[in-house]
Design a binder for this molecule. Structure first.
Ligand code: NOJ
Ligand code: NOJ
Length: 434
């Protein structure tokens, strides 16, 4: 097991995190079943205009409800019942939405506040949503501990959809490009794998085996995003772009980091570390606001033009979460191998010299040093959010790349959910136990 590491956390950051967690939960609760919507609805933001985010996106709502599941899992008594009520509403709404006739069936990206299918021309289909919803509900069933047939039915339909669609092109999570995407395939694979375990436990071996076959196949597909020589995982393949388009030619996108996080993949993986580091350096030099910061504000990708192309709170929180999760895995005792792909990053993080090929085990003093340094790095990254959050802790979708002012959708539910997620892992990294 890892050494017990004393991490000297910045106390002002510490108290801000506690306050911001309360703000985040409060704002999330306001965006769940707001007045006039069907129970279980999670609006992406209260904003109805410029942009109109008053929809229940399958992706955003699953990621948000995953945080409610986490809270449920860690709560007792009336708090636990309260969170259970929210999850039950979400399950009931999901049952209804899955059965509504629509152009793309379960591949519809979003629903209206009343639970009906959104029919506005939009980037559809999107195939990450069903996988994310299945993952959230599988997390819930694990914590619930008993049978909950409606949730199981939603999961079964979602996973069946994943089985029949994972090879097919769709729009990416940013709703911009049609093709195959690391993010989408990564969360699909995670959902299939979690489904394999769940359906085996409940005795449906046939379904479990079917899921397993696709999981094996999709794992092979996921390897294809690593382009030799590029030193990072590409975001998409087989894009259907207009002839001559150079949009996102670098294929470097924080979506890959999100794809790792939302699939609960190990962070102790040199392809991910190399990709995270490529993103960190790229954005550090990209936004003028980063010149004055220790760690950079992070956006989606450098060709982004949406609202002018800015850092987002959710992608900034994602970088912090990678550092906290890696620290947590090390603290749990994982050894870390220095490879040609993570050497540059680890050299920057560690005060001691490192050599390629060395395996840093938990008995090595360097191991404890790395845990500390990773948490500090995560804290510097969260400090970016602290600096640019609104006066009452408000998090919008984006903040201006030059001035830092809040931009695009206000009170974006996903921004708050991503903050909760990052700080959950911070707490784990500091305590070392689950
Ligand atoms: C709205 C999408 O949600 C956003 O991600 C995208 O960048 C813009 N439309 C432009 O396509
Ligand atoms: C735009 C983002 O690109 C997309 O991922 C998200 O689902 C919507 N906004 C709603 O938050």
């Amino acid at each position: 097991m890892g050494l017990s590491v004393q991490v000297f956390a910045d106390s002002s950051l510490e108290s801000w995190i506690a306050t911001e967690r309360k703000v985040s939960l409060d704002k999330i609760l306001k965006n769940i079943s707001p007045p006039g919507t069907a129970r279980g609805t999670v609006v992406a933001s209260p904003s109805k205009d410029n942009p109109n985010y008053y929809f229940h996106w399958v992706r955003d709502s699953s990621l948000t409800m995953d945080q409610i599941v986490w809270l449920y899992d860690h709560a007792q008594g009336s708090d636990r019942s309260f969170y259970l009520g929210l999850i039950e509403d979400y399950v009931s709404l999901s049952v209804q939405e899955q059965s509504e006739p629509s152009q793309e069936g379960i591949g519809e990206p979003r629903y209206n506040g009343d639970g009906s299918v959104d029919t506005i021309p939009w980037s559809r289909p999107q195939f990450d949503g069903p996988a994310l919803r299945a993952l959230t509900l599988l997390h819930f069933l694990k914590s619930f501990g008993g049978a909950y047939p409606p949730a199981e039915e939603v999961i079964r339909k979602d996973l069946s959809f994943v089985l029949s669609h994972w090879r097919l092109p769709c729009f990416d999570l940013w709703e911009e490009l049609r093709g195959l995407h690391f993010y989408t395939q990564s969360v699909q694979l995670a959902a299939l794998e979690a489904g394999v375990r769940y359906f085996q436990t409940v005795g449906d071996n046939e379904f479990s085996l079917t899921l397993n076959q696709s999981a094996i196949d999709e794992a092979i597909e996921l390897e294809k995003y690593w382009v030799q020589g590029s030193r990072y995982l590409g975001a998409s393949r087989d894009l259907q772009l207009p002839d001559g388009s150079h949009y996102k030619a670098s294929n470097l996108d924080t979506a890959v980091v999100l794809g790792h996080l939302h699939a609960s993949r190990s962070m102790n993986e040199d392809h991910l570390i190399a990709t995270t580091f490529a993103i960190e350096r790229t954005f550090a030099n990209f936004y003028s606001l980063n010149q004055a910061l220790v760690m950079p504000a992070i956006g989606r990708f450098t060709d982004d033009v949406y609202y002018g192309g800015n850092p987002w709170f959710m992608t900034t929180a994602a970088l912090a979460e990678v550092f906290y999760r890696l620290a947590y895995e090390l603290k749990q005792g994982a050894a870390l191998e220095v490879t040609s792909l993570n050497l540059e990053f680890l050299t920057l993080v560690s005060a001691s010299p490192l050599k390629q090929g060395v395996v840093i085990t938990s008995s090595d003093p360097l191991h404890a040093e790395l845990v500390n340094a990773l948490v500090e790095r995560g804290d510097e990254e969260l400090s970016v959010i602290k600096k640019f959050a609104g006066p009452q802790g408000e998090l919008s979708e984006q903040f201006d790349r030059n001035s830092g002012v809040l931009l695009s959708a206000p009170d974006l539910t996903w921004s708050y959910a991503s903050f909760l997620s990052a700080t959950n892992y911070r707490a784990l990294a500091l305590s070392g136990s689950k």
